[in-house]
Ligand binder design. Structure first.
Ligand code: B12
Ligand code: SF4
Length: 219
């Protein structure tokens, strides 16, 4: 199957990890990407006329409509979620009718809001590497959505939340992130992103880790 990741902003390791897992299971992944140069998500400069000039919104939409992936995989920050919804509405209005999954920190912190606003087939809460293949299996009819951990989905108008799986205890079982996915876009000689651990034992009130520690019961 073909999975198209849609992303605005910097290189995203979460997207790269999931791409690797999907590829390991024989699937095809692609990236529809706007770095958001000069926009509010560019944490260097915000210059509105330049933002318009450099926007890749239409390129992203055209790419999706040309390729017609089976799944759109939206990775959401709170500040990028409105952009993702606009992409989604635009491609749906133009006739794309594949399946939609949303994950990332915004989905993790506000699964119900994310689910209702996007009309996604499912929203993933927290880490996805250990359950993404079960979720795809469920959406393809191989098992019940209710038996997949870490998700929220709509049953009629009711939001169903499934239990959280424990945080992945040994990150070495997760394949290395699919760095080539962003390589055409980012000069890795200037900016090479890696992550050597996950989570934080503290819970500063302004930080997502306070919520993550609640969700994962301080593990
Ligand atoms: C590393 C990091 C950065 C790095 C890299 C960001 C990147 N794009 O990867 C840098 C320094 C560049 C950065 C910048 C910013 N960051 Co930052 N960052 C983080 C940090 C510490 C870790 C993120 C991470 O890589 N986690 C590891 C990966 C593997 O996990 P993940 O991304 O969550 O992905 C997993 C799941 O979420 C899920 N998933 C993710 N996407 C999808 C998609 C689908 C379809 C599915 C099914 C699942 C799924 O599966 C993944 C694998 O398990 C988080 C805090 C945190 N603990 O999350 C803050 C955090 C994400 N950052 C935050 C912010 C605000 C920013 C900035 C906007 C700051 C600014 N004002 O400029 C910028 C924006 C960058 C951008 N637009 O891309 C906030 C976001 C708050 C929010 N509600 O959205 C966070 C949560 C910190 C906080 N304040 O609480 N950041
Ligand atoms: S800001 Fe977040 S990551 Fe940093 S120490 Fe506080 S809880 Fe931990």
């Amino acid at each position: 199957m073909r999975f198209g990741f849609v992303h605005l902003g910097r290189e995203n390791l979460g997207v790269e990890y999931l791409s690797s897992v999907l590829k390991e299971h024989g699937h095809h992944t692609s990236l529809y990407y706007d770095p958001g140069l000069f926009g509010p998500n560019d944490n260097v400069f915000y210059v509105k006329p330049l933002e318009r000039r450099f926007s890749r919104f239409h390129k992203v939409v055209r790419g999706i409509l040309d390729d017609r992936p089976d799944y759109l995989m939206l990775s959401a920050y709170t500040n990028t979620f409105p952009w993702l919804l606009t992409v989604l509405k635009t491609v749906r209005d133009a006739g794309w009718n594949g399946k939609v999954l949303v994950g990332g920190i915004h989905a993790t912190l506000t699964p119900e809001v994310t689910l209702r606003a996007s009309g996604a087939d499912a929203v993933v809460v927290g880490e996805a590497e250990a359950m993404i293949m079960d979720l795809v299996d469920a959406l393809e009819g191989g098992r019940r959505l209710a038996d997949v951990g870490n998700i929220a989905y709509l049953d009629g108008d009711r939001v169903v939340r499934t239990p959280m799986l424990p945080a992945i205890p040994d990150l070495d079982v997760v394949p290395l992130p699919d760095k080539p996915m962003f390589e055409a876009e980012i000069n890795y000689e200037d900016d090479y992103m890696i992550m050597t651990g996950r989570g934080c034992p503290l819970s500063c009130t302004f930080c997502c880790e306070a919520s993550m520690n609640r969700i994962y019961k301080n593990r």
